[in-house]
Design a protein around this ligand. Structure first.
Ligand code: G16
Length: 552
């Protein structure tokens, strides 16, 4: 250890020499690793230093810091604050208890004009000593660092020789207010306040309150993750929802041992309630860091792609969006339900790679109002992250304003536009070379597929490895997933996940558009396409798995 390297530094700043780590390339949404990996000596500090080295705008400026409250969140936040002090950052804004949902952090960065933010989360991945940890850097606009920056951070981490820290700085995460540590101002804020205030500007709270007072119900499952306090404040305290309907609302360091992923598998309790005799009018769940959402009505599951399309079609009913939607974006694997809405309204539809960061330029440029992904993410111009509770409030506002039930809205949408049956089949924990070989083999066969009529009569109209050219900055993202497109009727998409921490995960996405049968069970509707994908890719055979690990 050496003392400060220039005379600008505090006397208590330490320069810690390190041997660079070689595995700090950020994935789809930041760096995600097992807790044991991140807790290795100097591991997190090295990554944070690489961020600070690549973000000179932070010097003399404000940095937002918050996390999803998972195991080791508090220690990691203290480390980030000590490093902020030693790297010339002048102010840190931290959520009370070290907690900020991902959308709330994005909002705070924008609202307070911060130069950036550190969001400590591994999203829906399980937590606890044997679980996962994660960290991502969000830039001044509130969105995740773009690809070019994450690549620079990775290159910096490969050559890192030291990091700077002031271990004398301490922070009381449980006390609201401002303190000074040398040149660093530390402000601990109630992360729920600003977020709740913003939601009140977008939605008609009085109308939702009346709707709830008439006996309608919202059932919300926070899965013991970050949205509990946000949901309690907004849904119970402000809107008057039943206290018993907001469940698992106390954030726990290990998420209660669960998997805080709002889908049909991991939010089973909510699904059972919504399929039961006392189902609420709107059922919803969010994830570890509050950016995902799952939407259900009594007896009906609205797939994320459908939710995006239905929200886009009805968003003008919410006061924050009275002028309607100027454009829509969805990630490539997300079903094409929203495309019909865009076509019908004569507005732009953008197809981007997986990863919320790809929406940010479009949002900044005012080209889109709403965007969404099959991975249970929906959001709008109000922040630069997806936003779980925003989607719940948007649906509640639409139900209250339209006077229609959720199943009525869904059925009339499908009658008008047809229904995109959609499923994602995940094969998890695969050997990386097995997963890579499966992808490489299909990639090699793509050119021959075009023009072929496959079993069942579907003809392949396009087969490629998806490349995205950003219409705003012209940057190109290549190798973003293999797609076998059968006109408007169907698609099979295969890609490797960029968020797992245990070996490789392959995702197979199946989509079939039907205008004749609107009431099928998705598994039944997609069975022929699944069989086709099996013949084409042989996933089960090549992975030695009888079936996918998770189907959502
Ligand atoms: C992140 C990204 C999303 C992406 C999802 C799944 O979400 O922000 O854009 O769709 O991961 O990515 P992959 O298919 O590569 O695993 P989150 O909620 O995990 O931050």
């Amino acid at each position: 250890m050496t003392k400060s390297e220039d005379n600008e530094d505090n006397m208590t700043t330490q320069i810690i020499p390190v041997t660079a780590f070689t595995d700090q390339r950020p994935g789809t949404a930041g760096l995600r690793k097992k807790v044991a990996v991140v807790r290795q000596p100097h591991y997190l500090a090295s990554f944070v230093q690489s961020i600070f080295d690549c973000a000179p705008e932070l010097r003399g400026n404000t940095l937002v810091i918050g996390g999803d409250g998972r195991y080791w969140n508090r220690d990691a936040i203290t480390l980030c604050v000590q490093m902020a002090a030693a790297n010339g950052i002048s102010r840190v804004l931290i959520g009370l208890g070290g907690i900020l949902s991902t959308p709330a952090a994005s909002h705070l960065i924008r609202q307070r004009g911060a130069a950036g933010g550190l969001v400590l989360t591994a999203s829906h991945n399980p937590a606890g000593p044997n679980g996962d940890f994660g960290i991502k850097y969000n830039i001044a606009g509130g969105g995740q660092a773009p690809e070019a920056l994450t690549e620079r951070i990775f290159q910096t981490s490969l050559a890192l020789t030291r990091y700077r820290i002031d271990p004398t700085v301490s922070v009381d995460l449980d006390r609201l207010g401002t303190t000074q540590a040398g040149a660093l101002q530390i402000e601990v804020i109630d992360g729920v306040d600003d977020y709740a205030a913003q939601m009140a500007t977008l939605f008609d709270f009085a109308q939702i309150r009346d709707w709830l007072a008439q006996g309608h119900r919202i059932r919300f499952d926070a899965l013991h993750a970050v949205t509990g306090p946000y949901a309690r404040r907004i849904l119970i305290d402000t809107l008057g929802a039943n206290e018993q309907d907001i469940v698992n609302a106390v954030p726990l360091e290990d998420f209660g041992g669960g998997h805080p992923d709002p889908n049909l598998i991991y939010a089973a309790e909510l699904v059972a309630h919504m399929n039961g005799p006392h189902a609420a009018d709107l059922g919803a769940a969010s994830d570890g860091d509050g950016d995902r959402n799952m939407i259900l009505g009594p007896g009906v599951f609205i797939s994320p792609g459908d939710s995006l399309a239905m929200l886009a079609d009805n968003l003008h009913l919410c006061p924050g969006y009275v002028d309607g939607v100027v454009g829509i974006a969805r990630s490539m694997p997300t079903c094409r339900a929203a495309d019909h809405v865009a076509r019908q309204r004569g507005i732009e539809l953008h197809e981007t790679p997986t990863g919320w960061k790809f929406f940010c330029n479009l949002l900044d440029a005012g080209r889109i109002t709403i965007c969404g992904e099959e991975s249970f993410g929906t959001g709008s111009t109000h922040v630069r992250e997806k936003d779980g509770l925003w989607a719940v409030l948007a649906w509640a506002n639409i139900l209250a304003a339209s006077g229609r039930s959720l199943p009525e809205i869904a059925i009339s949408h499908w009658q008008r536009y047809g229904r995109h049956y959609f499923q994602r089949h995940d094969y998890e924990g695969l050997e990386a070379d097995v997963a890579d070989a499966i992808v490489a083999d299909l990639r090699a066969r793509l050119p021959q597929l075009v023009g072929q009529t496959l079993e069942g009569g579907l003809t392949v109209t396009l087969a490629d490895d998806f490349t995205y050219a950003d219409p705003i900055d012209g940057s190109q993202a290549k190798g973003q997933g293999l797609r076998v497109v059968m006109g408007d009727d169907a698609r099979i998409v295969l890609r490797k996940s960029g968020t797992g921490t245990d070996g490789a995960t392959l995702r197979l996405y199946l989509e079939h558009w039907r205008q004749d049968e609107l009431n099928l069970d998705p598994a039944t509707a997609l069975a022929p396409l699944a069989a086709l994908a099996d013949t084409l890719i042989g996933l089960r055979q090549r992975t030695g798995r009888a079936e996918p690990d998770v189907v959502t």
